[in-house]
Design a protein. Structure first.
Length: 320
C-alpha cells in the first residue's frame, strides 16, 4: 500500500505493508488530516517511528465484527491492553500498555489502510460529512476540557492560539461562556469570531498588558512553547490554565509565578469521540473554513510543508 513513513525523515512509500493485526478491523482510509502533533512528531516528538497520522475518516473492509463491514467510521486513537482496570472501566486513554494511532507503537492514518480494534471504531452518521468527521478527534480533545474543568457562564475564559485546535475549542466552549481568543493572525481571529468567540486580541505586549490577570480560565492551545507564558500572564490569581499543546521543544516557564498566584495547571489530551460526534449531529457546523488545502497522499511531503506554514489551518490528505 501507499503510505507516508517516518524514521528520522519523512518519506513516501508505494509498497508499505498493509497493517493487519489479529482480531482487529482493517480500515480503508478515505481522508486524513495533518495536525500540530504530526508536525512535532517529524521533529522528534514522542520518539515515534512508523506511519504517522491519527485524524481520519475511513471505511471498514475487514472486521471480526460483521456489523461493522462497509461502515464509514472514525476511530478512538488509544488502543488499550483490554485487561487493566482502566480498560475494563472503558477508558484506555491512560492504559500503561496502550498503543496510540500514529503516535506510539501503532502505524497511523497517513496510508491507504490502518488497523484498530473494533471497540475503537464509531460509525459516522449519514448526516455528518467526511470533512466534518475528519475533525472528530481534535473536537473531542476540545470537548474534553469540559470533562476536566468546570466552566460556567460567570467565568471569564481566554483561548491562547488561533490555529486548528483553538478554533475547535471555541466551537466546543462557545455555548458555555463568553470567550476571548488571543492569537497572532488577524484572519484566523476573524474566523474564531465566526465560530462564536466574543472578543479577539492580537498577541502583542501592548494589547495583552490591558488584560493582565483578567481571566478565570485560560485554555492554552497555541501549539507553541511560548503559549504557557502568555496564559500565565493573563490568568487571575487562583485561576486555572488548561494545557492542550504538545511539542518537541522545551517549554520555558517561571514556576514561582504559578506558586505565588496559586494557579492550577491542568493537562488535557484526548477526549471521547461520541461526545464530539453528538455535537456535530445536534449542532451542524460548516467546518470547511478550517481546511486550507487538499493533497493526494503522493504529495505528502509537500503537504507537511504546507501544514507548517503560519497562515495554514488544516491540510487534508485525500486517499480516494
Amino acid at each position: 500500500m501507499k503510505a507516508l513513513t517516518f524514521s528520522g525523515d519523512l518519506r513516501f512509500e508505494r509498497n508499505a505493508s498493509v497493517p493487519r493485526r489479529e482480531d482487529e478491523a482493517l480500515v480503508q482510509v478515505i481522508c486524513a488530516g495533518i495536525c500540530n502533533t504530526d508536525l512535532e512528531i517529524v521533529k522528534g516528538y514522542a520518539g515515534f517511528h512508523g506511519i504517522p497520522g491519527h485524524e481520519f475518516v475511513g471505511r471498514v473492509v475487514e472486521s471480526p465484527d460483521p456489523l461493522l463491514m462497509e461502515k464509514r467510521v472514525v476511530g478512538e486513537i488509544n488502543a488499550g491492553c483490554g485487561r487493566c482496570e482502566l480498560c475494563l472501566l472503558g477508558d484506555p486513554r491512560h492504559c500503561a500498555d496502550r498503543t496510540v494511532l500514529g503516535i506510539k507503537g501503532r502505524d497511523g492514518a497517513f496510508a491507504e489502510f490502518l488497523s484498530l480494534p473494533t471497540r475503537n471504531l464509531i460509525e459516522v452518521p449519514s448526516s455528518v460529512s467526511d470533512d466534518a468527521a475528519l475533525f472528530v478527534e481534535p473536537l473531542a480533545a476540545a470537548c474534553n476540557i469540559l470533562e476536566q474543568v468546570e466552566i460556567t457562564s460567570a467565568d471569564a475564559v481566554a483561548v491562547i492560539g488561533d490555529g486548528k485546535l483553538a478554533q475547535l475549542v471555541v466551537i466546543a466552549l462557545a455555548r458555555t461562556s463568553l470567550l476571548t481568543v488571543i492569537g497572532r493572525h488577524r484572519e484566523k481571529l476573524e474566523l474564531a469570531q465566526s465560530f462564536g468567540a466574543h472578543r479577539v486580541l492580537l498577541d502583542e505586549p501592548s494589547l495583552l498588558s490591558e488584560c493582565s490577570a483578567s481571566f478565570d480560565v485560560v485554555i492554552e492551545a497555541s501549539g507553541s512553547p511560548s503559549g504557557l507564558a502568555t496564559a500565565l500572564s493573563v490568568v487571575k490569581p487562583r485561576g486555572r490554565v488548561v494545557l492542550k499543546s504538545t511539542h518537541h521543544q522545551t517549554t520555558p516557564v517561571e514556576l514561582s509565578q504559578i506558586v505565588v498566584n496559586e494557579v492550577t495547571i491542568v493537562g488535557s489530551r484526548c477526549g471521547r469521540f461520541r461526545s464530539a460526534l453528538d455535537l456535530l449531529v445536534s449542532n451542524p457546523i460548516d467546518l470547511s473554513a478550517l481546511i486550507s488545502q487538499r493533497l493526494a497522499l503522493e504529495e505528502g511531503l509537500r503537504a507537511f510543508e504546507e501544514a507548517a506554514a503560519p497562515q495554514c489551518l488544516k491540510v487534508v490528505l485525500q486517499m480516494e
